[in-house]
Structures are given as C-alpha cells and as structure tokens.
Design a protein around this ligand. Structure first.
Ligand SMILES: [Zn+2]
Length: 73
C-alpha cells in the first residue's frame, strides 16, 4: 500500500499516511487532529547519480578492470 505525504493546512505539520491508492485524495487528519490536510505531490526518487558505479564489487575502476579473475567484474 502506498504511503502518501500530507501537510496540515492548520498547523502545517507534514505527516505520512499509508492508505489504498483509491483513497489517495480522501481527506486526512493531522496528528494534532486537524482535518483538511493537503496531500503533497509524490516525490519521485532521483537519488541515483547520473552514472552508475562502474566496475565490480572488488572496487575496480572499470568493469573487468581488476584483472584478478574475480567473479564480480
Ligand atoms: Zn494540524
């Protein structure tokens, strides 16, 4: 079940609520009990860097670059 992030319109608290996707836009109550929290837009994960790490787990700078015949690269 997805987790949605809400911000309370009254106290501006931001909180997460796990709910079915069908109820994504249903009203939410903040931890302080205020109703009418607004759902924040989902944040898409952009944590990955532009270039994936090269090489294998042995730490070689390039794939196949360690030359030791290890299994990782
Ligand atoms: Zn509140």
């Amino acid at each position: 079940m997805p987790v949605y992030e809400f911000r309370c319109a009254t106290c501006h608290a931001v909180f997460d609520e796990r709910r079915p996707m069908a109820d994504a836009d249903a009203p939410a109550a903040c931890p302080q009990g205020h109703v009418g929290a607004n759902r924040l837009l989902p944040l898409f994960s952009t944590t990955g860097s532009a270039s994936p790490p090269s090489g294998g787990m042995c730490g070689a700078p390039v794939a196949g670059g360690c030359g030791s015949g290890c299994a990782c690269c």
